[in-house]
Design a protein around this ligand. Structure first.
Ligand code: PGA
Length: 247
């Protein structure tokens, strides 16, 4: 399967920094089999679309579950589509915890964004307390169980991001990550089919850096990385998508 390197800039980067970042990448030659995606702030999507080299796809960090209407402050899927934005994150742990996004909302957003023609990275993962209480697999299963009713979709990707590893510098070991990725793969096989499960990219996120990405990507069921901090500087981001895969 191809490898996906996705930068999640969160609420970071000034206009000048966005310009500088893409200028630094303008002469890059992407590797075959690598997909390089960036999700800037909503306000920077238009500019990022204009400035990004053609091998980089631009996406949103969040979207409304409603196409348009009386939803003050929301980001319309229709408008994202009109702008040529190609993907959106859904259910990032910061959305779940800081903005109280429920499982129901996340499942609605996933369905609506796929329906609108966007690719969706559905983010899942346990917090530290849940890991310590050995609830990781049941929490993740609960977060992806709606996919049974949703059905397989070729535009759906999943990102496993243990909350305790996000922005903390404390990454999951490759074994810890692989265990959960394998579990997700098996769950998808159960609810869809083995073929469909194998066609669904499962990304890892949580303190991915140039010095730990090769090890993580060498695991069977890890098909890419969702990267926050290390995606902000062009020289670090380049090192992530230039990695050599061993499998
Ligand atoms: P991090 O963020 O790489 O800074 O840990 C990952 C994410 O939140 O997607």
């Amino acid at each position: 399967m191809d490898t996906y390197i996705v930068g999640n800039w969160k609420m970071n980067q000034s206009l000048e920094e966005v310009k500088f970042f893409f200028n630094e990448l303008k002469n890059e030659v992407p590797q075959n089999g690598f997909h390089t995606w960036i999700a800037p702030q909503t306000l920077h999507l238009q500019m990022a679309k204009e400035l990004a080299p053609s091998f980089i796809e631009i996406g949103a960090q969040n979207c409304s579950q409603f196409p348009n209407g009386a939803f003050t402050g929301e980001t319309s899927l229709t408008s994202l589509g009109e702008m040529g934005v190609s993907f959106t994150l859904v259910g990032h742990s910061e959305r779940r915890t800081l903005f109280n996004e429920s499982l129901a909302t996340i499942s609605e957003k996933t369905a609506a964004a796929l329906e609108a023609g966007l690719k969706v990275i559905l983010c899942v993962g346990e917090n530290l307390k849940q890991r310590e209480e050995e609830e990781t697999l049941s929490v993740v299963q609960q977060q992806i169980s709606f996919l049974k009713d949703l059905g397989f979709h070729k535009n759906l990707l999943i990102a496993y991001e243990p909350v305790w590893a996000i922005g903390t510098g404390r990454t999951a070991s490759s074994e810890q990550a692989q265990e959960v990725h394998k579990f997700i793969r098996e769950f998808l096989t159960l609810i869809w089919s083995e073929d469909k499960s194998k066609m669904t990219p499962i990304l890892y996120g949580g303190s991915v850096k140039p010095d730990n990405i090769t090890e993580l990507m060498s695991q069977n069921d890890i098909n890419g990385a969702l990267v926050g901090g290390a995606s902000l500087k062009a020289n670090q981001f380049k090192q992530l998508y230039q990695l050599k895969r061993e499998n």
